[in-house]
Design a binder for this molecule. Structure first.
Ligand SMILES: [Zn+2]
Length: 437
């Protein structure tokens, strides 16, 4: 038997054995996991192009970030500690109007890809302008992505006339429709930057193309109040009235929901991307994730753009989610470690419609695998894998990463990205930002 990559001697975390006890192997061929077993079951005749010895390591599914604006790495730390609307309207939107270009989106998305691969993310859902450049950066980096062209009803980078925004998104989808690594999507920014007509057209486009439709929903109290004033209903009910909530819609944030909103989301089949660190930093509030999960709504975790986070480490998001909801309800039994980890793996895959192919280690699934180095003081001893991953590990413990059967990070070294060049390019763009602000 031949395979491309053979991972040996590791503790392999599968759905059946989330707390593995025996040294095991994973065999990968043509991008797929073809065999998993204990070392005692390893076929003697197996031949591998590359063997990775994972002794002392945990082999687990790669993490799935369900919401990001990758190119915003340029604005990391540019404006902090401000209310969302001031942050957005006085800092981020003007900086975007001035500095977002093809070149900026390409290099800053590549920087984000380096950070994500380096910290264990193997799939990202991204939404921004010049999204074709982000998609190109992800593809070259070997990072799996659901990339969605941003749509707003005012002049945007790459789309000077808002009347063209849907056409532009349609062209993006056509270009990426058949790609193996990058799945196209549609991202209408929000109900306060897009008209009802635009949101309906964006969703129609996503439905026609069979792709995911993302929209920021009920992020802040002000947004919810504005919706009541303008549309006489909550943000969720407004989207429901527009007819855009269904299995293909991902509602991002969902902080300000009442019980009726949760029922509407559940009945529609839509899913939620929760971004706890971004919501905390912008003091937007705490999403009722415990209630969403109780209602069986698919919920994934997202970092959001790193201007409001300020990093893309999904381990940080897992740890934050696991603790935030406990303290919010004063209930330490809420969102246990394994449940939150599932949100960042199989749950995230479900949110993005990729549950058939990624999100767990199993024969026949795509080989999106990370190897976590356990030989660290803060990861010793290990009684329970989920507890260690949710409460003690961080992205810097990820040693090796494989996406779609391709080795993208080997023993802490990125294989697909020239990191020195990317850092130099982004620093030179940041120099221009610094001069102008
Ligand atoms: Zn966002």
């Amino acid at each position: 038997m031949n395979c491309d990559i053979l991972i040996t001697n590791g503790l392999v975390k599968t759905s059946e054995k989330p707390n593995p006890g025996h040294s095991s192997f994973v065999a990968i061929r043509d991008g797929l996991i073809i065999l998993i077993g204990t070392m005692a079951e390893l076929p003697a005749q197996i031949k591998a192009m590359k063997t990775i010895d994972a002794w002392g390591c945990l082999v687990m599914p790669g993490l799935i970030n369900t919401h990001n604006h990758s190119a915003m790495t340029l604005f990391r730390g540019l404006a902090d500690d401000l209310p969302l609307m001031i942050w957005l309207q006085e800092h981020i939107f003007p900086a975007e109007a001035k500095f977002v270009s093809r070149e900026m989106v390409y290099w800053c998305s590549k920087l984000a890809a380096a950070e994500m691969i380096g910290s264990g993310t193997t799939t990202v859902a991204d939404g921004y302008f010049f999204e074709e450049e982000a998609a190109r950066a992800f593809k070259e980096s070997g990072l799996r992505a659901v990339a969605a062209q941003g749509i707003i009803d005012f002049p945007a980078p790459g789309v000077p006339d808002p009347a063209d925004n849907i056409k532009h998104a349609a062209r993006f989808i056509d270009r990426w429709q058949d790609d193996k690594l990058v799945t196209p999507g549609v991202f209408c920014h929000s109900a306060y930057t897009c008209s009802g007509q635009t949101i309906k057209k964006g969703k129609e486009l996503a439905r026609r193309a069979g792709c995911r439709f993302f929209i920021h929903v009920a992020e802040t109290r002000d947004e919810a109040a504005q919706s009541l004033k303008q549309h006489q209903v909550s943000p969720v009910r407004y989207l429901d009235q527009l007819g855009v909530l269904d299995e293909g819609t991902v509602c991002v944030h969902c902080v300000w929901l009442d019980d009726d909103d949760i029922e509407i989301i559940r009945d529609s089949g839509a899913s939620v991307a929760s971004c706890p660190k971004s919501n905390m930093k912008l003091a937007a509030g705490i999403a009722p994730v415990d209630k969403l999960l109780k209602a069986d709504i698919p919920v994934g975790l997202g970092t959001d753009g790193c201007a409001s986070n300020n990093n893309l480490d999904m381990f940080g998001e897992i740890s934050t989610a696991a603790k935030l909801h406990k303290v919010n309800r004063l209930d330490p039994t809420l969102l246990p470690a394994g449940r939150v980890l599932a949100m960042a793996t199989s749950g995230g895959a479900a949110v993005l419609g990729l549950q058939e192919t990624v999100g767990e280690l199993a024969v026949g699934k795509l080989a999106d695998i990370i190897i976590v180095d356990l030989q660290k003081p803060h990861l010793t001893p290990m009684y329970n894998v989920d507890s260690m991953l949710a409460y003690a590990a961080s992205g810097s413990d990820v040693k090796t990463s494989i996406i779609n059967g391709r080795l993208v990070m080997d023993n802490y070294r990125l294989q697909t990205i020239d990191l020195a060049e990317v850092i130099a390019r982004v620093n030179s763009l940041a120099h221009q930002v610094r001069k102008a602000t």
